[in-house]
Design a binder for this molecule. Structure first.
Ligand code: ADP
Ligand code: MG
Length: 257
């Protein structure tokens, strides 16, 4: 029978976007007796939408984001040191298209990772490839790849991304080999692709992160040449939530201000 065969064929061809709306669209069309091209257009539009949703889901899965939060979910009133205008500008993703970097600095819990993820989600919505990785893991992977002779391939992967988010730089210092590999990565994306870095260390302390002041200067030079810096000075949102639940005393909270 024609009806069943059509559904089978659509399934075989993975045209689920068409299959999903076929019955209702065909019924509506036969009742209205309108132009057949309207029907075809509706079916194709449904397929295009479904393909885009699938690609979005895949890009999101491969991005390695540890949580999915948008900038719309960020409470700016809790963090008055943030210039909202600057974040709105970053949200246009002009920095990514111009291959510039963004550095979020500040103590733990102030929303550095949340804002970085928010920008990554925006890029993924725009069809771009974003990839999130913790800085220690990044360097470990590079060291491993170096030992296994797959370093070039890994570097090519990092270079292929539209947006690379390196989280928590400075929580643990890098040894000299790690620092060199980190520099090579930054150098390979310099003026070629955006990097977002989050760090709890101010730039003056970056010597300590890289165990070497020459390397630290070289990394900073490349990262900061075309960059926006968001320096967040404020209270931890995590502690605020705990305090609300009575887990952290007001004394600690005040001490952390
Ligand atoms: P950081 O990376 O600076 O240590 P995170 O971005 O991981 O902090 O924030 C810690 C948690 O608090 C996350 O779940 C984040 O979504 C939330 N958070 C932080 N700041 C805000 C804020 N101003 N509004 C809403 N949620 C926030
Ligand atoms: Mg973080």
């Amino acid at each position: 029978m024609g009806y069943e065969r059509v559904h089978e064929m659509l399934k075989e061809m993975h045209l689920d976007g068409i299959e999903k709306v076929l019955d209702s669209a065909a019924q509506k069309w036969s009742e209205k007796g309108s132009d057949v091209f309207e029907l075809i257009e509706e079916l194709l539009n449904s397929q295009i939408k479904s393909d885009e949703e699938k690609k979005y889901t895949i890009r999101l899965r491969y991005s390695g984001l540890p949580f999915h939060k948008k900038i719309a979910e960020f409470d700016f009133s809790f963090q008055p040191s943030i210039d909202v205008k600057q974040i709105r500008e970053l949200e246009t993703l002009r920095f990514m298209y111009e291959k510039e970097n963004v550095i979020f600095l500040g103590p733990p819990g102030v929303g550095k990772t949340h804002l970085a993820i928010g920008l990554a989600m925006k890029a993924i919505e725009e069809g771009k490839k974003a990839y999130f990785i913790n800085s220690v893991k990044l360097v470990e992977r590079m060291k491993e790849a170096f030992a296994k002779m797959s370093y070039e391939r890994l570097l090519r992967f990092y270079k292929s991304l539209d947006l690379l988010i390196i989280d928590e730089l400075g929580y643990l210092p890098l040894d000299i080999e790690g620092a060199k590999l980190f520099f090579e990565l930054v150098e390979s994306r310099y003026e070629r692709g955006s990097i977002i870095v989050t760090s709890n260390r101010s730039f003056t302390e970056w010597d300590k992160i890289f165990s070497d002041s020459v390397l630290a200067t070289a990394v900073l030079d490349r990262l900061l040449h075309h960059s926006s810096i968001v320096n967040i000075r404020g209270k931890s949102y995590r502690l605020k939530e705990k305090q609300k639940n009575g887990l952290v005393g007001a004394k600690i909270m005040n001490g952390l201000k």
